[in-house]
Design a protein around this ligand. Structure first.
Ligand code: HEC
Ligand code: HEC
Length: 171
């Protein structure tokens, strides 16, 4: 009796954890691609790349863009990140393995197609990303509660979890 009860509890817990691993907002598109972006889950990437800004999800840029960003980390938008060779190499490998080419996200496909053969230096320079935000004015991005287009998390409260469908512009 007791054993059966324990087994039943284990089965409930197992089914809960399976459900929890599928994001509630993941929406499978026609080609089986998902309308959500896999979150960034690498501790080293998080440690080195989120102290100044939003932790950009790797699926938002082609691998070649990430490689250039890490390689030029001594001239990073006016900052010198001074990464040692080992750290740079590990971050570059992580971003390459999870880039737009690999994420499985429908948005990544749109990013790759719109970038063509170019190497965008920023997510906010990718033509499809610009198109999606064309209705938002320069003045709106400059609001103190936002600061700049690069501050994804200000308008996408669940962005770090991969949910960019939910968007609201703060006052
Ligand atoms: C010392 C602060 C600092 C650190 C640490 C830092 N960045 Fe940045 N990053 C910046 C600044 C400043 C900008 C420009 C932001 C702006 O224009 O509003 C930027 C912009 C970016 C952008 C472009 C955002 C856009 O507009 O699309 C990417 C991508 C990026 N950083 C990746 C990284 C990666 C990868 C790392 C870790 C290797 C990293 N950053 C670490 C300061 C930093
Ligand atoms: C000023 C607020 C704001 C900022 C900052 C912002 N976004 Fe958005 N974003 C929006 C809004 C609003 C929409 C919906 C636009 C529409 O439907 O007309 C949107 C749409 C999107 C979409 C399309 C979602 C879909 O359902 O197709 C993606 C992807 C996205 N944003 C990513 C980003 C990324 C990545 C960043 C940072 C580099 C960013 N956004 C910065 C407000 C913002």
């Amino acid at each position: 009796m007791k054993t059966r009860f324990v087994i039943a509890i284990c089965m409930v817990l197992a089914s809960l954890s399976i459900n929890a691993s599928i994001p509630a907002y993941a929406d499978r598109g026609e080609e089986g691609e998902e309308e959500y972006m896999p979150p960034a889950n690498d501790p080293l990437y998080k440690e080195e790349c989120s102290s100044c800004h939003f932790l950009y999800l790797p699926g938002f840029l082609p691998a070649r863009s990430w490689q250039a960003i890490v390689k030029n980390n001594d001239k990073h938008f006016g900052e010198n990140l001074a990464l040692d060779a080992e750290t740079a190499s590990r971050i570059s490998s992580y971003l390459t393995a999870n880039s737009a080419e690999r994420s499985g996200s429908e948005w990544s496909g749109k990013i790759l197609r719109s970038a063509g053969s170019g190497t965008p230096a920023r997510i906010t320079e990718v033509p499809w990303i610009l198109k999606e935000h064309r209705k938002i004015s320069k003045e709106t991005f400059k609001r103190p509660s936002i600061g700049s287009f690069s501050n994804c998390g200000a308008c996408h409260p669940n962005g770090a979890l991969g949910d960019f469908e939910k968007a609201s512009v703060p006052k």
